[in-house]
Structures are given as structure tokens and as C-alpha cells.
Design a protein around this ligand. Structure first.
Ligand code: GRF
Length: 218
């Protein structure tokens, strides 16, 4: 069945490996969508090069050019609204977004976080997991609401921790991210997954507060 291709905007701050995974799955026609633009708050983000290499329009909106978080978010919002996207994907976007911004795009804004939420919200998750001697780690994709890393959960991918090297763990987690994020984006853009109130539905059924869980997607 033919369906309209969804438009996605990806917000980044750095390397853009998640962006690349999404680009690759769009090219492979795994995801029926197109990236209308990539926006970075960091002009040195390698993700900008990745976007250019795939002929995706990219914009730098640096938070350092704005007096307040609200001013920056307004500039971001103005650029986003030029494209009327169906979905806004935070892919390593290292800025906390204002309440107003989040409210504007509620249900259309998703994030990937390198931990099994609600465990380890915030930064330095790999370091904290190793320090605590946790035997399980993973990644979570969630809709963004006003709570930091606390919005309704779409999906998780878990792994058993078998290293004390932060770099190695980060690398293992990144592999999970690059599989999980495109999978969730596929579900959302083809209309299978959606947020309703504080719940995530898959084919109109509530998937529960922990989302769809994969043991290890590497
Ligand atoms: C990922 O670990 C993501 O979970 C976190 O920031 C990192 C971004 O990596 N929020 P990349 O820029 O996609 O390579």
C-alpha cells in the first residue's frame, strides 16, 4: 500500500552516528521518510558533514549566539517550522529544551538515551554504570516531555556488561543505538507507533510503561 513519506528533522551536536544509521535505513528504504534537514547547535559537529555527504540541508544554530535558553529555542523552533516536520529526532543533541519548546512538539519529538531508563538519566551514563558495577546496561528511545529523560518509553535494547572499559561499553551501546533508533523511527513514521497522553501505543495497543524491549540488538 502506498503511503505518504514522512518528513523528519534531526537535531545533533556531535559525531552523528545515530543520524548516519537513520540515513542508511532511509537509503535502504527500510524507513519510508526523508530527512528535510539536520540542525546542529555545534558548528564542529561531524554530523553536519554526514548530512552534506547525503545532500541533506543542514543548519547551524549555535546556542552561544543567544542570550537565553528561550531565545535559542525560539530560533530553533522558527527553523523547524519552516519544514513542518512529522517527527523531530534528537540524536545526540546536547541541549536541554525549554518547556515551551517541548509542549509545542509533544508527541512529535523523540530522543535516544544511553541507559535503561528510568535508571541513569542525565550525563556520563557509561561511567556511572561501570562505577556501580551494574551488570546490565542499554539504550532507551522515548518521546520527550517536560521531565528530563522521563517521557513515555518507546523501546529499549539491553546488554550484559562484560567490560570495565568505558570506551568499550560506549562502543557496544552505540551499536545498539544505531539499530534501535531506526527501528523506532520506522514504526512511528509508518503510523504503527504513536504517543497518546502519557502512553505509547503500537497498532493502537498500549505497550506498557517500559516500551518494547530487545535483549541485545548488536
Ligand atoms: C549517543 O550516545 C546518544 O545516546 C546520546 O549522545 C550520543 C550521540 O552520538 N544522547 P552520535 O552523535 O549519534 O554519534
Amino acid at each position: 500500500m502506498w503511503s505518504r513519506r514522512s518528513s523528519i528533522i534531526v537535531l545533533i551536536s556531535g559525531n552523528g552516528s545515530n543520524l548516519q544509521a537513520i540515513i542508511n535505513d532511509i537509503k535502504r528504504k527500510e524507513i519510508n521518510a526523508y530527512i528535510s534537514c539536520v540542525i546542529s547547535n555545534n558548528e564542529e559537529a561531524f554530523g553536519i558533514v554526514r548530512a552534506q555527504e547525503s545532500n541533506i540541508p543542514s543548519y547551524i544554530i549555535s546556542h552561544t549566539d543567544y542570550k537565553s535558553r528561550e531565545d535559542f529555542d525560539n530560533a530553533l523552533q522558527k527553523k523547524i517550522d519552516e519544514f513542518s516536520p512529522d517527527l523531530i529526532v534528537l540524536a545526540g543533541f546536547m541541549r536541554i529544551l525549554s518547556k515551551n519548546f517541548v509542549k509545542t512538539y509533544l508527541g512529535k519529538l523523540i530522543n535516544i538515551h544511553p541507559s535503561i531508563l528510568p535508571k541513569y538519566p542525565g550525563l556520563n551514563t557509561h561511567e556511572r554504570v561501570i562505577k556501580d558495577g551494574s551488570n546490565e546496561h542499554g539504550v532507551t528511545v522515548h518521546y520527550v516531555n517536560e521531565d528530563l529523560d522521563g517521557g513515555p518509553i518507546c523501546a529499549k535494547s539491553l546488554l550484559k556488561v562484560n567490560t570495565t572499559s568505558e570506551a568499550e561499553l560506549k562502543n557496544q551501546i552505540n551499536k545498539l543505538e544505531c539499530k534501535l533508533y531506526p527501528a523506532v523511527i520506522k514504526w512511528i513514521t509508518n503510523g504503527e507507533m504513536q504517543m497518546k497522553g502519557s502512553k505509547v501505543l503500537m497498532n493502537n495497543l498500549n505497550i506498557g510503561s517500559q516500551g518494547i524491549t530487545f535483549e541485545d540488538l548488536r
